[in-house]
Design a protein around this ligand. Structure first.
Ligand SMILES: CC(C)(COP(=O)(O)OP(=O)(O)OC[C@H]1O[C@@H](n2cnc3c(N)ncnc32)[C@H](O)[C@@H]1OP(=O)(O)O)[C@@H](O)C(=O)NCCC(=O)NCCS
Length: 190
């Protein structure tokens, strides 16, 4: 068993459907996101996610506080004439006190297992900063070199995003991904 699989199985994970997220837990998640994203203090003081409203939160809990967080939801997207069901993911963070210990990698190992058993998602999907693309590549994602057409949550206008885009095979392999053409999200990103 890999180290991160051991971590994944030893952690106290909670998978919470959004309607069951209590105001207290949402506030605790915001506190964690503020600690993990010091450059976005104002944003995470007012919000617990960016873009599409999550359908689920996955957190790891330690001493009654979230120390790892990712939110996600399902959607059909298209690349030209090909359609895929994706689990779009966002607000990925590990509390600074717990970074660098493979907890991020363990979180995606746990999430992939969950999606295999509980969803029809073909792929996991997210956009990220260049500086963390290597983390996602180490955590089961593959970078795809295609632009993404989506509704910008801030400006509420449709635009083409050219930043790093990461795809994780769930029920389909990367060979099934359509690796050319614009990725149409049919909504906001996560
Ligand atoms: C990025 C983040 C989620 C990584 O979580 P983590 O638990 O510290 O990472 P892990 O210990 O599981 O690292 C797994 C692998 O990714 C690599 N990695 C971790 N953080 C990295 C980073 N910032 N840049 C590049 N590689 C990174 C590790 O070297 C490790 O590689 P290996 O398995 O080949 O040895 C975490 O540092 C974090 O929350 N950062 C602040 C918020 C953020 O940037 N979120 C992502 C927004 S897109």
């Amino acid at each position: 068993m890999w180290l991160w699989d051991k971590i994944a199985s030893s952690m106290n994970w909670k998978l919470i459907p959004e309607p069951e997220l209590s105001p207290t837990l949402e506030a605790d998640i915001q506190k964690m996101l503020i600690a993990s994203f010091p450059e976005y203090v104002d944003f995470f003081t007012a919000n617990s996610y960016w873009g599409t409203k999550p359908e689920f939160r996955l957190i790891a809990v330690d001493n009654a506080q979230p120390i790892a967080h990712v939110e996600f939801g399902y959607r059909h997207i298209t690349i030209e004439d090909v359609s895929f069901e994706i689990a779009g993911m966002g607000a990925v963070a590990i509390h600074p006190d717990h970074q660098g210990k493979k907890l991020g990698k363990a979180m995606f190992a746990y999430l992939r297992e969950y999606l295999l058993k509980n969803s029809n998602a073909d792929f996991g999907f997210l956009g990220c900063h260049e500086k963390v693309a290597r983390f996602y590549a180490a955590s089961g994602f593959q970078q795809v070199h295609q632009s993404v057409y989506n509704l910008n949550p801030d400006s509420q206008t449709w635009e083409t995003y050219h930043g790093p885009t990461m795809v994780m095979p769930i029920h389909k392999s990367m060979q099934a991904w359509k690796a050319d053409g614009l990725i149409h999200l049919h909504g906001m990103p996560w």
